[in-house]
Design a protein around this ligand. Structure first.
Ligand SMILES: [Zn+2]
Length: 405
């Protein structure tokens, strides 16, 4: 294989996705540039492509401020939140019970402690939505506070490496909100019962997004679906999350440009893994209603290519024969280890629909999931990518496809 050639390609793709394109969050112009780039690259390599579009709200903020008792507190607009400019009484709540007992209508509600320990799942996020999250959201909507301030800790498993993290990140939740650190929250608590002024200069902007799909192969009843999400969180170049995954798809497209086998290979740039409403994934599910039986295997790449350590592959519900073949291909390969199953990726959708799946990521991320401070931050930068890793993963996947044929 022309390894050096593909490593150079990886570098060029990484630069396009993370530097030329100004951010890939869903609904933004950069996001559409990225899906256009993916589609035109696949077409130039002879793949038949299809796009499907959906409405997606983009969002901007010019900052936020909170003043009271002669002090100013550092707060940040919650992503996708409506803006506000108001003065009202500050009321705190740290548990669901306190929330239920607080008359919060028209107040500025301070959520702190237990209730702000983990990011609340968006209202319309169907894949995982614990009952206590739904209860908090419905309490808030019934209670009608004028705005919400949340003081949150460090919780990388649910919020990436971001601190403080936004308790609420949901374009379908209309009460304006901001978030701050635990330390600021402590200071704010002393102002409970007095009037504070909150300004959040945030704005929702209607936009569009697309999934892009490329296919090769003859038999639509035997599909091998290879996925990587192309969107990135706002405020991050999204190198490892997930430009590297998209690069793997683009490299496979080139390595398999002459493919003409029976199994239909489908390369899917999913749009919305890091966006509150996961619109691309929801659309793909709707379009494939009743068709998941055709899918022999999903291979998903997310978080791959970290400069430290090798890649990890995790296996989900593989039938015995396939399990054997996958291990035969993967075990002898250098720079790969078998990793534990992890649910935070698009392969979980396929697993939920009864399809076997293989997920690729960086071994380092599996080992440091609960302490890392990279995902969803500016630290997720092209400099942390080992360009050789996407090439190794793409080549392993091509070998796997040939083996499964
Ligand atoms: Zn991701």
């Amino acid at each position: 294989m022309k390894t050096n050639y593909f490593i150079e390609k990886s570098g060029a793709y990484l630069q396009t996705l993370c530097e030329t394109i100004p951010g890939r969050c869903v609904g933004s112009h950069g996001n559409r540039m990225a899906t256009d780039f993916f589609q035109s690259t696949l077409e130039a390599l002879g793949w038949e492509t299809r796009t499907s579009g959906f409405d997606a709200t983009d969002w901007e903020t010019q900052g936020a401020s909170l003043k009271g008792g002669g002090q100013e507190f550092e707060v940040f607009s919650s992503p996708y939140s409506n803006g506000c400019n108001l003065s009202a009484k500050l009321k705190p709540a740290s548990t669901i019970q306190e929330l239920e007992e607080t008359d919060m209508e028209g107040c500025i509600l301070l959520l702190h402690g237990d209730i702000a320990a983990e990011q609340l799942m968006p209202k319309n996020f169907v894949f995982y939505n614990p009952e206590h999250h739904q209860k908090i959201i419905s309490c808030l909507e019934k209670g009608k506070p004028a705005a919400i301030v949340s003081a949150t800790g460090f919780n990388p498993e649910l919020a990436g490496g971001v601190y403080p993290f936004p308790l609420i990140e949901d374009g379908d939740f209309d009460i304006p909100s901001v978030y701050t650190t635990e330390e600021e929250g402590e200071k704010l608590l002393k102002l409970s019962g007095s009037e504070v002024t909150l300004i959040s200069q945030a704005e929702r902007i209607p936009g569009k997004g697309f999934n892009v799909l490329g296919v090769k192969g003859k038999n639509p009843n035997k599909r091998l679906v290879i996925t990587a999400h192309i969107d990135a969180k706002k405020g991050t170049p999204g190198a490892i999350d997930n430009a590297s995954g998209v690069i793997v798809l683009l490299l496979i497209a080139e390595m398999m440009k002459d493919y003409d086998g029976d199994t239909m290979v489908e390369l899917v740039a999913f749009n919305g893994e890091d966006y509150y409403a996961v619109p691309g994934q929801m659309l793909y599910i709707a379009e494939n209603q009743g068709l998941f039986d055709q899918i022999l295997l999903n291979i998903n790449i997310d978080g791959a290519g970290y400069f430290e350590g090798g890649s990890a592959y995790s296996l989900f519900e593989l039938p015995e024969k396939m399990d054997e073949k996958v291990r035969e291909v993967m075990q002898p390969l250098e720079n790969f280890v078998e990793g534990p199953q992890w649910p935070q990726g698009d392969h979980s959708i396929f697993v939920q629909f009864g399809c076997p799946a293989v997920a690729f990521t960086s071994q380092w991320f599996l080992d440091n999931m609960s302490t890392q401070r990279i995902t969803h931050t500016p630290e997720d930068h092209p400099r942390i990518i080992n360009l050789q890793r996407p090439v190794e993963i793409a080549s392993a996947i091509c070998t796997l496809i040939a083996k499964l044929e």
